[in-house]
Ligand binder design. Sequence first.
Ligand SMILES: *Cc1c(COP(=O)(O)O)cnc(C)c1O
Length: 388
Amino acid sequence: MAKKYFQIGQLVCEKLAERFGTPLLMLSLDEIKKNYKVLKKYLPRIKVHYAIKANPHPEILRVMADMGSCFDVASDGEIRTLHDLGIEGGRMIYANPVKTGAGLAACRSCHVSKMTFDSASEIDKIKAQCPEATLLLRLRIDNSSAHVDLNKKFGAARENALALMLQAKEAGLDMAGIAFHVGSQTVSSDPYLHALDIARELFEEAAAAGLQLRILDIGGGFPIPEPKVKFNLPEMLQQINARLDEDFADTEIWAEPGRYICGTAVNLVTSVIGVTERGGQPWYFLDEGLYGTFSGVLFDQWDFKLISFREGEKKVAATFAGPSCDSLDIMFRGRMTVPLEVGDLLLVPSCGAYTSASATTFNGFSKAKFVIWERVKAEVEPSAQTVK
Ligand SMILES: *Cc1c(COP(=O)(O)O)cnc(C)c1O
């Protein structure tokens, strides 16, 4: 019964809930390692910079650091978190195109010199506060098909790109390359290939203007399984890799995966704590809600899979709400499910990205606790010990 992605079974789920209580987040560090290796297998040239905003759990950061990964950071807080774990600034890229004074100060004290920008005002700030910086121009890539389109907020327009890069060079900064992000959970290679076309043209235009670029950062956006969404990841990555070899054979290639690294590595176990009926529809209240792990419903527009272990053919359309006293705290409406009862457990697989990272303790509910799967699996899954 080998699953392609980390997913615990019913008995294990019950044992874990009994032992640790719910809501509970099971984190598989082996899955983190596997995801990193898959990306490196299909895109062997990329220098991975894990975008820690997707899930900054210290165990994930440690495992990624041990495998040799670099990191994408966006704030002074993220820089200092990594610094405190002993990760040198040389392994970080400050990939927020609009930086704060505190962020630039953290760069100086933690020796972070790689950063992105997308406007002239940022060049002035960087020149004044981090004159030794190595810069990548963040390019805007129009991609209306992206699940979360970051290009609505960031990126220089194609027509301004060359002038901005030349301006950074004139300012005496190390103008080294181009970065883009096609949008999170992108399920086709097309936006990447489109971005690579534009980047190729800009590399040539820059060279003609006397600026030799040496780094290309293809960002994040690599997808994880999602209900009702189909894609072929190996094929996607092979197409991207072939284009990199064709058009950027002598360029250093970086990437900034977030979701792909951590998304499938976490399973949530949550309990039904209340059942009621309104307008002829059942309502189920869970001990985890929109202010917790399910914050991804709001901030990441994510459609979570809910797995119930209750047997039954007949399904009903139900509403699922969180435990807080706020009426916003409703996750799903019209979700088909077998009828549930108080005390039932629900399993939510692949919920490691943009979930706990944006959870709060609103209304006094603690954040769901994390347990590392590999440290408890021998106890709760006796067969795991004997399988070779
Ligand atoms: C959020 C972000 C990422 C990670 O994106 P994913 O879609 O999670 O892979 C990478 N780079 C930048 C600049 C980001 O803002």
